[in-house]
Unconditional design. Structure first.
Length: 181
């Protein structure tokens, strides 16, 4: 029974971390990466960029990433006053707020050849429905007192029902696994 409580707690903390990592990673250019041959704005039109998502620029040493501060600089490939410069070849850029961001390659001539991309970041509409529900945690410890595996499904399940459905499903699955011990 103690083991069940521990597992239920583990499941809850695991679900909490899942809900905070729903953000997507967008590898710029898909499998080809950050390369000259790609029409990035055609690629990005199929993407949905949200606050909290990450961009990943993957490229060889021929290229780099320069973030530009304005549409004007972007259109004219003015790399003189960059907001940020990256060159690791596997650069992660976090999209922390809504708005448009402008990136270009820093290698001379590449931006003019079209190696640049605008990223329109929309607000995150992921359903963070699981409001912190009082009570659901309080009875998880006591409910498993009654002993053997036969009763634990109903009693523990009751506490879990206060949360959203998928937590219930995962919780019951884990309780089922725990009762197999
Ligand atoms: Cu380049």
């Amino acid at each position: 029974m103690k083991m069940q409580s521990v597992i239920v707690i583990l499941v809850f903390s695991g679900l909490l971390s899942v809900t905070t990592t729903l953000a997507a990673q967008h590898v710029i250019g898909g499998s080809q990466g950050w390369e000259q041959t790609i029409d990035f704005n055609s690629w990005s039109s199929d993407q949905s960029f949200k606050v909290g998502d990450q961009l990943v620029f993957k490229y060889s040493g021929l290229h780099s990433v320069v973030e530009l501060g304005s549409e004007t600089a972007y259109k004219s490939c003015d790399l003189g006053t960059p907001v940020n410069s990256l060159s690791s070849g596997n650069d992660v850029v976090k999209l922390s707020k809504t708005g448009t961001r402008y990136f270009a390659c820093g290698t001379p001539g590449h931006c003019e050849q079209g190696m640049k991309i605008t990223v329109n970041v929309g607000s995150s509409d992921s359903k963070t429905a699981s409001s912190p529900d009082s009570g659901s945690s309080s009875d998880s410890g006591s409910s498993s007192d009654s002993g053997s595996s036969s009763t634990s499904d109903a009693s523990s399940g009751h506490g879990l029902r206060a949360s959203v459905g998928y937590i219930l499903a995962v919780g019951l699955l884990v309780i089922g696994l725990a009762s197999a011990f």
